[in-house]
Write a protein that binds this ligand. Structure first.
Ligand code: BES
Ligand code: MN
Ligand code: ZN
Length: 496
């Protein structure tokens, strides 16, 4: 796979090389902005101003606020120097990552040097910003393209250097996981079938320290009575798969907390017999984002020093139409024996997640988090930039919202409103797979899933909105975003 961008840590003054753009970070200090590059004070003959006084630069109104830009020098034949605002004085991981991603995207294919302080947070986040800001789908990367060259310039201090090098390794692991997940999501659906996706995910994890992978084929899925997954896959000529991957930290004992992540892996969602519209189908290769996210995340855990045990479960299938397809009115029996009346074959995600959640609960973990492009209603409620989180207990939702805020992914809580349980009551089975038309579709879908998690702390992330983006901005790129991966990594690190 060709490198999308060259990223290096550079120590001290780099005035000897050719540099197109020097990026100098500033943070807010009252109305003014102060230099945030740590000990890097100049590049070549250009001394970075210590303080940009608001009054003196009023026309541009540069205050060091996140997203602020000010050209400090632009002359033919010399390096262009740009001041960028990172944010408030205690600039966070999310501030650094999004700002650097934007600057790098705006200066793609150029030789860019960024002066950054030596803190672990700034280095790790900047590395993620550089790598995700220059992400493009690998199929496009293959066409011999000129790629950018970005260096992070740090101070000349050996202690800070080792801290920075470790932070860079973590940043690369995070960005690799997200890039790998995005590559899988962006692949056309006929070349990312359940079989291919399972193999690609397993290949991604090959050699990952502490990780074991198991793939269930159709016979095994039948043997294990995953009636929801089988029912959805029946209308397709492609067989389903289920992948289980487990990460065991080095010092794991029986007391080590265990988190199970479950991700929806519908490699193409036509809606089945309850067929989607032509327009509604155009982006439905994205419907396996949850699976890509949970499994790709596992590959980064060792590099991040995560000390909890983590299992990823990904049920994978197409949702298609043929003579054997599940029909509206059919009843499917989930692994735990609960009977699910299928009144709309396009509400397929919950049917396959039901089985996966049964498997998760059987492992008696401390916490289960599932992630799914589950309901169009979630993007009606929260738009295309915010994911929905519903959890029992609610404190788990709060933890995930906080983890999201720290990693530049916005989540907002919706209630698991008990009175709405009646919306999914069925006349002939234990539940039906649609709620009341036009009412709280994200909540009734979550309540459906909740019936398969009786004992365990559980959160559900509905990323139907932010799973895809129509534009590139900050860490997000147009197309599949792998939304939620950064949040899950942050959450798991916080538990360690
Ligand atoms: N995969 C879709 C949800 C979706 C829609 C994701 C748009 C991303 C963008 C899901 O399987 C689905 O079709 N849900 C239905 C449920 C309904 C039939 C109860 C929906 O949201 O319309
Ligand atoms: Mn659907
Ligand atoms: Zn779907």
């Amino acid at each position: 796979m060709p490198k999308q961008v060259e990223l290096t840590l550079l120590i001290g003054d780099q005035s000897a090389e050719r540099v197109d753009v020097a990026v100098v970070p500033y943070v807010m200090d009252g109305a003014d902005a102060v230099l945030a590059s740590g000990m890097v004070r100049s590049m070549g003959d250009f001394e970075f101003p210590e303080r940009l006084v608001a009054e003196a630069i009023a026309p541009e109104r540069f205050a060091g606020k996140r997203g602020d830009r000010l050209v400090l020098r632009q002359e033919p034949g010399s390096t262009t120097v740009i001041a960028v605002g990172i944010g408030s004085n205690d600039a966070s991981w999310a501030d650094w990552a999004t700002t650097i991603a934007t600057v790098v995207r705006d200066n793609a294919k150029r030789v860019v040097r960024i002066a950054i302080p030596g803190s672990a947070t700034a280095v790790e986040a900047s590395a993620v910003g550089v790598l995700l800001g220059s992400y493009s789908f690998s199929k496009r990367r293959d066409e011999a393209q000129e790629s950018g060259d970005v260096g992070l310039i740090m101070l000349d201090d050996s202690h800070a250097l080792s801290v920075a090098e470790e932070a860079l390794v973590r940043g690369r692991a995070i960005a690799d996981a997200v890039s790998q997940a995005r590559d899988l999501v962006n692949e056309p659906p006929s070349t990312m079938t359940p079989t291919i996706l399972a193999a690609a995910l397993a290949a991604q994890l090959e050699g990952a320290r502490g990780v074991e992978v198991e793939i269930w084929d159709k016979a095994k899925i039948e043997h294990e009575r995953l009636g929801g997954l089988l029912g959805v896959s029946r209308g397709s000529s492609q067989d389903p798969r289920l992948l289980i991957a487990t990460y065991r930290p080095e010092a794991a004992t029986d007391e080590t907390p265990h988190v199970v992540l479950v991700g929806k892996g519908v490699t193409f969602d036509s809606g089945g017999l309850s067929l989607k519209t032509a327009a509604g189908m155009t982006t439905m290769k994205t419907d396996m984002t949850g699976a890509a996210v949970v499994v790709s995340a596992l590959g980064a855990l060792d590099a991040l020093g995560v000390r909890v045990k983590v299992t990823a479960i990904a049920p994978m299938t197409e949702n298609m139409v043929n003579g054997s397809a599940t029909k509206p009115g059919d009843v499917l029996v989930a692994r735990n024996g609960l009977r699910m009346e299928v009144l709309n074959t396009d509400a397929e995600g919950r049917l396959i997640l039901a089985d996966a959640l049964c498997l998760a609960e059987e492992m008696a973990p401390s916490t289960i988090v599932d992630i799914a492009t589950l309901t169009g209603a979630a993007s009606v409620a929260l738009g295309r930039e915010i994911g929905a989180v519903l959890a029992r207990p609610r404190s788990l939702a709060t933890q995930l919202i906080e983890a999201g805020a720290q990693s530049a992914e916005a989540l907002w809580e919706l209630p698991l409103w008990e009175d709405y349980e009646s919306h999914i009551d069925s006349e002939i089975a234990d539940m039906k797979n649609i709620g009341s038309a036009g009412e709280a579709g994200t909540i009734s879908a979550a309540l459906f899933l909740g019936r398969f998690v009786r004992e365990t702390n559980w959160a559900h992330l509905d990323i139907a909105g932010p799973g895809r983006s129509e534009k590139s901005a900050g860490l997000v790129t147009k197309g599949g975003t792998a939304f939620g991966l950064l949040t899950l990594l942050r959450y798991l690190r916080t538990l360690s």
